[in-house]
Design a protein around this ligand. Structure first.
Ligand code: PMP
Length: 352
C-alpha cells in the first residue's frame, strides 16, 4: 500500500478472481466459463465493430437494449447493460444501499457482494444457510435490508423457486431485492417475468456463462423504469461508455443466435448430470447443482488435497479457503470429454 491510499478503503479486502494460468494448458474448470467458443455471429459482429473503434460507443446502447428488452418482453427503459454483471451489482450497491439501507445476503454466496458492500461503505449481514446449503427463506422476509440473492446460488448451485422469491418480494415491499441470475440458463426458474409486477425487483444477468462471452465483460439488469433510471444515474456518474463497442456488438450477435446458446446449455446440462452420477459412483457428495458447476466433497479426502492433486494432473478447479466450505471444490461443467477426464483423474485420486 502506498502512503497515499485513502484510509476510507482501509477495510477493503479485494475479491480474488479464479486463476487464469498461462504456464501450461489445463482443463480449466475453475471459473465457470463456457467450454464453447462464442457464437460465430458474436465474433463477426465484434470484428465488424472493431472497424469503428475510433468512435465512442452509443452510450444509450439502443440496439442492444432493444434486443434484450424484446427477449424479455419489456421496453428498453427497463434494461441496463453493464460491463459484466459485476458492474450492475456494484451499481445496485451504490444506488440502493447506505447506512440506513444495509445489505443482506447469504453466507455462503458470490464472494463479490461483501466486497461491493465494503467498497461502498454499506453495512451488511451475512445470513447463514441451512446445514444442507439451502436458503431459509424465512430469514429474508420482512427485513430492513436490501437483499442480494444469487439464484441459483454460487457456489452451491441450489435454486429458490419463483414462489419462494415472490414471498420475499412481497414481504419487503420497501426494499430492493436483487436476484442475480448469472446461472439461470442452466436450471432453476427465472423471476424475469415478475419485473412488471414488483417495483422492488432487479434481476441481473450475464453473457459470461451460457452465452460464452466472459472475456467480453457484458451483463445487464432488468427492472421497473424507475429502478433502471436510478442505475443510469450511477452509470452516467461513473462511466457513460461502460460497455465497449465490440462487446456491445458481440452481444447483439449472440442475442440473434438463440439456438446456439440453447444447444450449448443443453450440452452442459447433459455433461453436468453425467458428471454428477459418475462422481457419486466414486463416493463424492454434492449439492444438486442447477448451475454450470458442481459443488463436491469426498468424505475421506480433504478438499485442498483434491484441488492440488487435480492441478498436478492438469485439471484446474476452484477451492475456497472459507472455513464453511473448505472440504468442497467447485468444479465448472465443461464438455462431456472434459467431464470424462475429470472423472478419470478423480478415480485415480480416490484409489490412492
Ligand atoms: N454473479 C455470480 C453469482 C457469479 O458467479 C458471477 C461470476 N463469477 C457474476 C455474478 C459476475 O459475472 P460477470 O461479471 O462475468 O457477468
Amino acid at each position: 500500500m502506498s502512503r497515499f491510499f485513502t484510509s476510507k478503503h482501509g477495510a477493503l479486502t479485494p475479491y480474488t478472481p479464479g486463476e487464469q494460468p498461462r504456464d501450461k494448458k489445463y482443463i480449466k474448470l475453475n471459473t465457470n466459463e463456457s467450454p464453447f467458443p462464442p457464437s460465430p455471429r458474436a465474433m463477426e459482429a465484434a470484428s465488424e465493430a472493431a472497424k469503428s473503434l475510433q468512435l465512442y460507443p452509443d452510450p444509450t446502447y439502443k440496439a442492444l437494449h432493444e434486443a434484450i428488452a424484446a427477449y424479455h418482453g419489456l421496453t428498453p427503459e427497463e434494461v441496463l447493460v453493464t460491463n459484466g454483471s459485476d458492474e450492475i451489482l456494484n451499481f445496485a450497491f451504490m444506488a440502493f444501499c447506505d447506512k440506513d439501507h444495509p445489505a443482506a445476503f447469504p453466507n455462503i454466496t458470490y464472494g463479490f457482494y461483501s466486497v461491493f458492500a465494503t467498497l461502498n461503505h454499506v453495512p451488511y449481514t451475512e445470513i447463514p444457510l441451512n446445514s444442507d446449503f439451502t436458503v431459509n427463506t424465512a430469514d429474508y422476509k420482512g427485513t430492513a435490508d436490501t437483499l442480494f440473492l444469487a439464484n441459483p446460488n454460487a457456489p452451491t448451485g441450489l435454486a429458490l423457486t419463483v414462489s419462494e422469491i415472490e414471498e420475499i418480494l412481497t414481504s419487503n415491499p420497501d426494499r430492493v431485492v436483487v436476484i442475480d441470475e448469472a446461472y439461470i440458463d442452466f436450471g432453476g426458474e427465472t423471476v424475469a417475468p415478475l419485473v412488471r409486477k414488483y417495483d422492488n425487483l432487479l434481476v441481473t444477468r450475464t453473457f459470461s456463462k451460457s452465452r460464452s462471452m466472459a472475456g467480453a465483460r457484458l451483463g445487464y439488469g432488468i427492472g421497473c423504469k424507475a429502478l433502471i433510471d436510478d442505475l443510469n444515474t450511477i452509470k452516467y456518474s461513473t462511466n457513460p461508455y461502460n460497455v465497449n463497442s465490440m462487446s456491445a456488438a458481440a452481444g447483439l450477435g449472440v442475442m440473434a443466435d438463440d439456438a446456439y446458446t440453447a444447444n450449448n446449455c443443453a450440452a452442459i446440462i447433459e455433461a453436468r448430470e453425467y458428471a454428477k452420477s459418475a462422481l457419486k459412483a466414486l463416493g463424492f457428495e454434492m449439492t444438486d447443482s442447477m448451475g454450470n458447476f458442481l459443488f463436491v466433497r469426498h468424505p475421506k479426502i480433504k478438499g485442498q488435497r483434491i484441488y492440488k492433486e487435480l492441478r498436478e494432473r492438469g485439471i484446474l478447479v476452484r477451492h475456497f479457503n472459507s472455513i464453511l466450505i473448505s472440504e468442497y471444490n467447485r468444479i465448472t461443467v465443461g464438455t462431456m470429454a472434459e467431464m470424462q477426464a475429470l472423472t478419470d483423474a478423480l478415480a485415480d485420486i480416490v484409489k490412492e
